[in-house]
Design a protein around this ligand. Structure first.
Ligand code: G3P
Length: 216
């Protein structure tokens, strides 16, 4: 399973890239607002660090506007993927951008039916938001499981990108289902490396190493 970083913070993206375990980046208007810089500048810088897909989100309400924004984003770098929302206009934009050879990530997906429409519209990626479903008392991962089954049934090639990830359990569940990608906040990415027994084990080995006789 590929791991993307869900962030517009260059320092986080650089740290993730240094591990060579970050396969791509997703951004959205909320993350861009947090970063507090021009969105195009942020995207350009991210694309210079990460060679994998970098998602840039459109904000126009209509398909024409989304297509215009998408074409402009696609000129920033080859690895840009254009994010459009799961709406009727979003699907029209997805179809048009895909026809132009621009890859699309359909975002704000909360059901397998929406994911089916995204795949039929030629989406490169589909983003089910698991955390936001959990927040309203639904099981977000059930939607991912349904999408996987539907896509497998019809050999649909749209990749499932599990988004709105809040913890390492989400990532494990996504991997067990066979999702293609999980996009994770940097804090969750860091958590993946950690285990208290690993820390305790290192501490003990270092203490014992001190007791090993060394030649002068
Ligand atoms: O990029 C979209 C997504 O991952 C949003 O996450 O935590 O705002 O629900 P969150």
């Amino acid at each position: 399973m590929q791991l993307f970083i869900d962030s517009a913070e260059i320092s986080e993206i650089k740290k993730a890239a240094e591990t060579s375990l970050c396969d791509g980046v997703t951004t959205n208007p909320t993350l861009a607002a947090k970063a507090g810089r021009d969105y195009n500048d942020i995207l350009k810088e991210i694309c210079s660090i990460i060679k994998g897909p970098v998602s840039a989100e459109t904000v126009s309400p209509d398909a024409d506007g989304m297509v215009k924004e998408g074409i402009a984003f696609s000129k920033i770098a080859k690895n840009i993927v254009v994010k459009v929302p799961m709406t009727v206009e979003g699907m029209k934009a997805c179809q048009q951008l895909t026809k132009k050879g621009i890859r699309v990530n359909v975002t704000l997906v909360f059901s397998a039916n929406q994911a089916l429409l995204a795949a039929k519209s030629g989406a490169f990626l589909v983003s089910p938001f698991v955390g936001r479903l959990d927040d309203i008392g639904k099981v977000g991962m059930d939607v991912v499981r349904d999408i996987k089954q539907v896509y497998d049934n019809y050999k649909l090639t749209t990749q499932i990108l599990v988004a709105s990830v809040r913890n390492p359990i989400h990532i494990l569940e996504a991997a067990k289902i066979g999702a293609d990608i999980a996009t994770v906040p940097y804090s969750v990415f860091e958590q993946l490396f950690k285990h208290s027994l690993t820390d305790a084990g290192i501490k003990k080995f270092l203490e014992d190493w001190e007791k090993v006789p060394k030649k002068k």
